[in-house]
Design a protein around this ligand. Structure first.
Ligand code: GLN
Length: 552
């Protein structure tokens, strides 16, 4: 039987439930357990695919093409288990399943209700997602006390009864420190546990987010009022250096021991081996260089909108003990060609995005990078913008554009596949009539790298798998003119019909990809494109990059 750890949050949101769950999972994994994580989100959207990054942060894409909550990104950065469709579930998804069953007559005419039908559907989901693992961590989005999370809490309460000693309830709370009184306050924690108990859930572990270490008497007080054993009242301090401190921190608080003991797994698991994480911390703290990368995007004010990307950039640095400062630039500001903000940066990156706003600013930034031999990495929209820039300014195709912005452009360098694949008769069928959520190229796809290219050298592999999330593609009718003008199409889909990576060999480091490499970067392993890009930024800073010659 899989052991379940339910993770709830109280008092306020943004306590870092996802990170704490992921960090605990990382420790348990290091003790030899096979661990997975599941995020249950109480909102009614069927998936986060159509949610605005302004409101909800990035949409994280799994290898099997699920558009998920960004917490799944944390999960994959902390554990080796790959996430997929089953690892993120929303109220909307549960209700669609229930309603589909009702329409099919599966309920045999019964009155369909939140309890038991919705809760049963949730329980089923949890069972399916956790099958085959030693431990599954189930994180409930939102804060205890929210009306919309009630069905989820009821479902996990029932699972708790069913699983007995194979289920743990871990509750995250805030223990505020009042500076004026020089005191920490336990009352919000007491209330939040009371709320949880009123719906029948008694937490087994409390993770108390606090600015200062709780002393013994404070922990004793919380334990007394919440019925949680004193040793399971744990201080979770803010991480000092980075989020990658958390596995080591929680281990020092013996969180994994408490879990292992509770589940009776002492004889089956080894001690925690956090060497990998200690190495990550060491490389974060003891850096030898510092570079600045300009990230030119549309959602730059919203840090969560580029969560995986900013993490991947950091990972790229920490592989080589380079501290990376990310200069976030609003691409709209660069639209009128005032590029003074780009002065002195060591490299430029244009991330993924959608829609018209800010596109011309991205094109300007890319031109600046190309013409001034500044290392450039383009991701998804950042590749499409690079293709548009190259078409206009190198190939002389005036007015070239993506049809996402200008459907009447004379040169549709980027377009929907259905707009340009004709004579060959091979039009990919993507149902454009369905909902917005259904028309993207999504998930991990294989790509063959061209011998002798920068991409091939960086990956040191011929075939790679990377994740996609976009509707538009590079228009194959422009392959010849691009190649004649010095662009190398260094990555193609396995059937060679889609251009996945472009690069300019006559530039010290210019590479753009149609996929999202940031989703597969991790602090322990980094990612070849980001590692190469940050290395190039450092060489640029040190004046070591060969200018205007082949980069190999
Ligand atoms: N808007 C572009 C497309 O749909 C790029 C998407 C992205 O950057 N993720 O193809």
């Amino acid at each position: 039987m899989t052991s379940l750890i339910f993770v709830t949050g109280g008092v306020v949101s943004s306590l870092g439930k996802g990170l704490s769950a992921a960090a605990l999972a990382a420790i348990l994994e290091s003790r030899g357990l096979k661990v997975t994580l599941v995020k249950l989100d109480p909102y009614i959207n069927v998936d986060p695919g159509t949610m605005s990054p302004f409101q909800h942060g990035e949409v994280y894409v799994t290898d099997d093409g699920a558009e998920t909550d960004l917490d799944l990104g944390h999960y994959e950065r902390f554990v080796r288990t790959k996430m997929g469709q089953l690892n993120n579930c929303t109220t909307g998804r549960i209700y669609s399943n229930v309603i589909a069953k009702e329409r099919r007559g599966d309920y045999l005419g019964a009155t369909v209700q939140v309890i038991p039908h919705v809760t049963d559907e949730i329980k089923d989901w949890v069972r399916r997602a956790s099958e085959g693992f030693d431990v599954a961590m189930i994180e409930i989005g939102g804060t205890v006390g929210d009306i919309e999370s009630l069905p989820f809490l009821e479902a996990i309460r029932q699972l708790g009864v069913e699983y007995g000693r194979n289920a743990i309830f871990m509750h995250l709370t805030l223990v505020p420190f009042l500076r004026a009184a020089n005191e920490i306050k336990t009352k919000p924690t007491q209330h939040s546990v009371k709320e949880l108990r009123s719906i029948g859930i008694q937490p087994d572990i409390l993770l108390c987010r606090s600015e200062i270490e709780l002393n013994e008497s404070e922990r004793a007080k919380i334990a007394l009022f919440t019925n949680v054993p004193e040793k399971a009242v744990i201080t979770a301090l803010d991480a000092k250096n980075s989020i990658y401190d958390i596995p080591v921190m929680l281990h020092e608080e013996h969180l994994d021991d408490i879990v292992v003991e509770y589940f009776g797994l002492e004889d089956k698991v080894g001690p925690a081996n956090l060497d990998d994480w200690l190495r990550v911390v060491d490389r974060t703290v003891n850096t030898q260089h510092e570079v600045t990368v300009a990230m030119v995007g549309k959602y730059v004010e919203h840090h969560d909108a580029y969560k995986s990307l900013t993490e991947a950039i950091v990972h790229g640095g920490l592989q080589q003990r380079i501290k990376v400062n990310i200069l976030r630039l609003e691409s709209d500001d660069l639209a009128d060609n005032d590029l003074s903000q780009l002065e002195g940066v060591d490299a430029i990156l244009v991330p993924g995005g959608f829609g018209e706003r800010g596109f011309e600013g991205k094109v300007n930034a890319i031109r600046h990078a190309r013409e001034n031999n500044i290392p450039y990495l383009g991701i998804c929209y950042g590749m499409q913008a690079a293709a548009v820039e190259f078409a206009r300014n190198v190939c002389g195709l005036e007015g070239a554009n993506t049809t996402e912005i200008d459907p009447d452009t004379p040169h549709r360098v980027i377009g929907l596949i259905t707009e340009w694949l004709d004579a060959s008769g091979k039009v990919e069928q993507r149902d454009e009539d369905t909902d917005l959520g259904g028309t993207m190229r999504l998930g991990g796809q294989r790509c063959r790298l061209r011998e002798g290219s920068l991409a091939r050298r960086l990956y040191a592999q011929e075939i790679i798998t990377e994740r996609h999330r976009h509707r538009y593609e590079f228009n194959n009718h422009f392959r010849d003119v691009f190649q004649k003008n010095g662009m190398v199409l260094s990555g193609l889909s396995m059937d060679e019909t889609l251009v996945e990576i472009i690069e300019i060999p006559d530039h010290p480091w210019f590479l753009a990809c149609q996929f999202h490499p940031e989703f597969t970067s991790s602090p322990r392993d980094g990612h070849p494109l980001f590692t190469g890009f940050i290395e190039a930024a450092l060489r640029q800073q040190q004046g070591e990059l060969p200018q205007g010659v082949a980069q190999l």
